[in-house]
Design a protein around this ligand. Structure first.
Ligand SMILES: Cc1ncc(COP(=O)(O)O)c(C=O)c1O
Length: 429
């Protein structure tokens, strides 16, 4: 077993983190629960929720010059700086909007409008927010839409499938960092380099909504043109999405109050409470980084924190699959299949995609629910899942999506329940 697979957080750190989340161990009714549905919206940091509430109460306009106004303007500036540090965005613009999806539509449409009758390359496993934005923009600006096929075994998009579709007329390539259904992670640095080698003018857009809470993001190093995130998937609140836009695209014509700078993507008044919440997310990540590394540099702490989160999650994933001396791992439990993980290896995020021999996915979800384990069935009946499941040849999966603050004990409980569900035994927990 490699060291990568055993690097759980030390107990001292784990205990500190447990106290920082709302509803980690119990739901709002006080019932014990395992919340393994973080890909649908993650567990919330108390600090992010509380500071959002605090700043929402202020009536003051940040555009004024009295002291409260200056304070909340500072909150916006610090939050924006934290977004830049989290993404390592050294140039370009930071945009905010109600949702990450809205930002995708704005960005992809702006890039596509710069030229007509070229082509747009996207992938079969994109979330509808980027896939539909590509389709919409292709129709508007008379581009051909080209869709890179998935590898059904890994649930990822092989780089060669994307490269085969790129030519001199490719306006943009949209590729997801981590699939919210298969859990496959793409090495964006490698992909971007190869894409640019084929067409240096094409713009690269990355959906990082699922990937952001699980690993380091570095737009400067990856050399991409746009990337979006959603705080509610990364320990924060709903109601806002953020995006990075490189200098190459930031001043393309886009919706903008015309008196503002050409690279300004914030239309209207920003919400101070959202930025305050984001700073609390970054403080938390830095707390984890600071446990391992002594530094006063915030980006250094963010990188360390995200690396440690990733290691913890890989250790959790390994235990899910392989079990422990006392508990069978999923790969050894009769009647249940885990998809993608084996083909993906280290490129698999902490998402388990399961199917059961003797029951449908929704039946399995109900059985987990009866044992107070919240998981979700992704089925072809949902437009959020259909194209992606079709691309990997499945009708449905049970998606299990814990996060780094879950523990070995949580995994073992899940494995015990899975064993009983799969064998159709009465589940006693
Ligand atoms: C991978 C991915 N991209 C984009 C989105 C869109 O996020 P939102 O609905 O907040 O705009 C989601 C949401 O589930 C997602 O999982």
């Amino acid at each position: 077993m490699s060291q990568r697979h055993t690097e759980f957080f030390p107990e001292e750190l784990q205990n500190q983190l447990n106290d920082r989340f709302y509803y980690l161990k119990q739901d709002v009714y006080g019932v014990d629960r395992l919340f393994f549905e973080n890909a649908g919206g993650s567990l919330r940091l108390k600090a992010a929720v509380d500071s959002q509430t605090k700043y929402s109460a202020f009536p003051d306009c940040p555009e004024r010059t009295h002291s409260v106004a200056l304070d909340i303007r500072n909150v916006i500036n610090l939050g924006t700086e934290d977004i830049r540090l989290f993404l390592n965005a050294k140039d370009g613009s930071i945009a905010s909007s109600f949702t990450a999806s809205k930002l995708m539509f704005e960005i992809i449409t702006a890039i596509a409008s710069a030229k007509s009758k070229g082509n747009i390359v996207t992938t079969a496993i994109e979330h509808p927010s980027s896939f539909d934005a590509c389709q919409f923009a292709a129709e508007q600006y008379k581009h051909e839409l080209r869709v890179a096929a998935a590898d059904p075994a890994s649930g990822s998009i092989p780089l060669s499938n994307i490269l085969d579709l790129i030519d001199a007329e490719t306006v943009l390539v949209s590729v997801i960092l981590t699939s919210n259904i298969t859990g496959a992670m793409h090495d964006i640095k490698e992909y971007a380099k190869a894409i640019k080698e084929k067409n240096p003018d094409t713009k690269i857009v990355v959906d990082a909504v699922q990937g952001a809470p699980h690993g380091v993001i570095d737009v400067d190093n990856w050399k991409i043109d746009a990337l979006n995130i959603a705080p509610y998937k990364m320990f924060g609140n709903r109601g806002v999405g953020y995006a990075y836009l490189s200098n190459r695209i930031a001043s393309l014509p886009h919706h903008r109050l015309l008196a503002t700078d050409t690279d300004n993507w914030n239309v209207g008044s920003p919400t101070p409470a959202h930025f305050a919440g984001f700073t609390d997310i970054i403080n938390y990540i830095c707390h984890i980084g600071g446990y391992y590394k002594d530094s006063t540099d915030r980006r250094t702490l963010i990188v360390e924190g995200m690396k440690r989160i990733h290691k913890q999650e890989q250790a959790i994933l390994y235990r899910f699959i392989n079990g422990s001396p006392d508990t069978l791992g999923i790969k050894d439990i009769p009647g249940v299949t885990i998809h993608f993980e084996q083909a993906n290896g280290v490129s698999q995020d902490l998402i388990l995609a399961l199917t059961f021999e003797n029951m449908t996915c929704s039946e399995a979800v109900d059985k987990y629910g009866a044992c107070n384990i919240l998981v979700y069935a992704r089925e072809t009946s949902s437009h959020y899942s259909k194209r992606i499941l079709d691309a990997v040849g499945l009708d449905a999966i049970v998606r299990v999506s814990p996060i780094h603050c879950h523990t070995k004990e949580d995994v073992d409980l899940f494995l015990k329940v899975t064993q009983e569900i799969a064998s159709d035994a009465k589940v006693e927990i």
